[in-house]
Design a protein around this ligand. Sequence first.
Ligand code: NAD
Ligand code: LMR
Length: 341
Amino acid sequence: RIAGHLRPQVQGDVCLRRSHCRAKGGAPGFHVAILGAAGGIGQPLAMLMKMNPLVSVLHLYDVVNTPGVTADISHMDSGAVVQGFLGQQQLEDALIGMDLVIIPAGVPRKPGMTRDDLFNINAGIVKTLCEAIAKCCPKAIVNLISNPVNSTVPIAAEVFKRAGTYDPKKLLGVTMLDVVRANTFVAEVLGVDPRDVDVPVVGGHAGITILPLLSQVKPPFSFTPKEIEYLSDRIQNGGTEVVEAKAGAGSATLSMAYAAVKFADACLHALRGDAGIIQCAYVASQVTELPFFASKVRLGRGGVEEILPLGPLNDSEREGLEKAKKELSASIEKGISFIRK
Ligand code: NAD
Ligand code: LMR
């Protein structure tokens, strides 16, 4: 275990005491682990979670470089106590007592690749991490970022089922970046502040499975067919836009860390008992005939407390939904059979 301090013994005592304290205002301070914390997403995500007043303990786990990242982040004068964990032998220690586990571990795309091309490497990484979660913090909320999300969430569910710990309300695939992008691009078209825009994005997190419901945008707006074509294409291919711009140096990391923190913060507010927390996420669902689907969900103390209906879709959205379901179904099956085979 690496404390972000030169005197591990003292740091250990300090951590022990402070991890039992409560965040300002009497609210509980939550214990959060980031798996893949030294990566392109992991580092800014760790920094932003260290700034979150709802977090009292922040565990940073990776197979490389956590000593440096932990030392660096632990110098920030915000409330959370940071501890680093390096390598598989420290994975279980990283997970014990966690309320929320965020997983951005795994390889990112390079130009020309699909998210599904990451399956062979990332499926095994997610499996290993989820086996440890099932053992060490089976009641934690899991925010899964590693791609291909359409398959890694079913993988995680199968691992938890096998371990006898599966709670579908607590496993959430993070599709927040699609919403963040949709809000940004729609705001540009409308000429308004993106913070005033809300676009539901449903389906999954890859290409045509990313289905922005532009007919339900807030503030209400009637887009031209040309605007719909431009926006749908830009939202569905936002990830590829970044992969190509980075030209081999990875995929979205900073906007993803922002989106992950927005989503994790919503989960923590819900865990605290705040009412009316609604976000889009890829979860076990009965909204369609598929076992997993991204849509608006209401979060509460137990995780996903309600899956909201899709609402009225127009003809082109209904057509998009059928296409999305076909691809999603194959990705879900691929994830499930990776564990069951
Ligand atoms: P990165 O390569 O910069 O970082 C990944 C980190 O994972 C590295 O530090 C690596 O050491 C670590 N890692 C590898 N194997 C591990 C293991 N077994 N246990 C713990 N950590 C391990 O990649 P990145 O840019 O941070 O992207 C990470 C993942 O997130 C990719 O799969 C990427 O496609 C995905 N992603 C998802 C979204 C989304 O919207 N859900 C958005 C962007 C990226
Ligand atoms: C994204 O949407 O940015 C991520 O899924 C990363 C990628 O590979 O596009």
